[in-house]
Design a protein around this ligand. Structure first.
Ligand code: FE2
Length: 427
């Protein structure tokens, strides 16, 4: 075997498991494997997980924070206006450089698959060319999936639909949309219909920014679910953000949730961004703005947490750490039971992998040897500690390593070293 990892804990609760890796694939997963690895790694009981997956990101805007200025109001709409100011000054070189830099961060964090939206409302399609180039260059390290995103509105921007079609022709994977930014609710619904019909014709997946507002009467997720059902797109469509669901009438939501589940539309919440951008027009109490994650999960909807933004016109923080995203999601949704905390871990690993349709994802024989050894005993501890990535493996190659986190005290009667693990008591 090329590599054998000994004594690992898996996210499903199995412990003392060995993982054998050969020719870029996982060859075996079982206790005390009777094989020898050219390299042996002692997990020491730590968690080995399939890589983190980000189902919602904007790699064309990342690391542009402060260009040309900072978002003063903190709102989504000022962010969109600011991005509009920046767009004419973008160069392909700068776009590629910032995206590659972010991919370095991602790999170091064990984030090995990213679905990124790319704005198609710049007629030059510079960002599309840049991110297609980046996708090719980083393919040995991480999977990128591109969404053609009409940031200025499919119908509101005169050239958006033509540009979106051009972007798909150039190799962009997924059809995007932004119905809540169209001129009217009717135009928003029309944009959903047009985009879903186009995706059905082309055999493509759909991922729309949908109802990203505090408006309790925004209804585009209803239209997206209905169009998905009408066109037979079940399992190929995601609604991103869905923040209006936070503010909707409870009776209406009790009708909406089964419609979303019936259509097989997945939901992608972006907790760091939703808690930051939404509720900006409130005094007190201020709404949190994140969609109804536990209720969607209970209804059988696949829910992922996305990062959305890192240091861009909308958000001045972030570092590509999906455990930080899960940590915020857990708090905002008050998902504090053991089962709910584990569901938050799934929302940045297996759930987004399902939404992206990743092939060979998982810790099982035959899967790609893509994995992360965390400095944590289980998924809950991983979120609590935003645990260090001891080893990041891609196709059987170690692409990042970090030491275990240890704090050292020098007090009489105290142990020489202290770590952050939970010992004793129930997990
Ligand atoms: Fe977004």
């Amino acid at each position: 075997m090329d590599i054998v990892i000994r004594n690992a804990t898996l996210a499903d609760g199995r412990t003392e498991v060995d993982i054998a890796v050969q020719d870029g694939r996982i060859a075996a997963v079982a206790p005390r494997l009777p094989v020898q690895g050219a390299r042996e790694i002692d997990a020491q009981g730590d968690l080995v997980t399939a890589p983190f997956v980000d189902a919602h990101f904007h790699m064309d805007a990342t690391l542009s924070y402060g260009l040309p200025r900072v978002n003063a109001s903190g709102t989504l709409l000022e962010g969109i206006a600011l991005w509009g100011e920046l767009k004419p000054a973008l160069t392909q070189e700068a776009l590629v450089e910032r995206a590659l830099r972010y991919c370095d961060w991602a790999v170091a964090r064990g984030l090995l698959a990213i679905r990124t939206h790319v704005d198609v409302c710049d007629d030059r399609l510079l960002a599309v060319e840049a991110l297609l180039d980046v996708k090719r260059r980083v393919a040995p390290y991480l999977d990128m999936q591109l969404v053609a995103f009409p940031q200025d509105g499919l119908l509101r921007s005169a050239t958006a639909f033509a540009n979106l079609r051009r972007a798909i022709g150039m190799g962009v994977d997924v059809v995007g949309g932004i119905p809540h930014f169209e001129r009217t609710m009717a135009d928003g619904a029309e944009s959903v219909r047009l985009l879903c019909e186009y995706a059905a014709q082309q055999g493509l997946m759909v991922d729309m920014h949908c109802d990203e507002s505090d408006d309790p009467l925004s209804r585009h997720i209803e239209t997206l679910a209905a169009e998905t059902h009408r066109l037979g797109l079940h399992g190929r469509v995601a609604g991103s953000h869905l923040t209006s669901m936070h503010s909707m009438d409870n009776y209406y939501v009790s009708k909406l949730l089964p419609l979303i589940a019936e259509s097989g539309v997945a939901a992608i919440a972006n907790p760091l961004i939703n808690i930051t951008l939404q509720g900006r027009h409130d005094t007190y109490p201020k709404r949190r703005g994140m969609t109804r994650v536990p209720e969607l999960m209970a209804a059988g909807v696949t829910v992922a947490f996305g990062h959305d933004c890192v240091m861009d016109p909308w958000y001045g923080m972030g570092s590509g750490d999906m455990l930080e995203v899960a940590h915020m999601g857990l708090h905002v949704a008050q998902m504090t039971s053991q089962q709910a905390m584990r569901a938050c871990f799934a929302a940045v690993t297996e759930n987004p992998a399902r939404i992206l349709g990743l092939e060979g994802y998982g810790i099982a024989p035959g899967c790609h040897a893509d994995l992360v050894l965390l400095d944590a005993a289980d998924p809950v501890e991983a979120i609590r500690l935003r645990a260090a990535r001891r080893v990041v493996m891609r196709r059987g190659r170690i692409v990042a390593e970090a030491p275990r986190a240890v704090a050292r005290l020098d007090l009489p009667g105290r142990p020489a070293s202290v770590d952050f693990r939970h010992t004793g008591g129930a997990r």
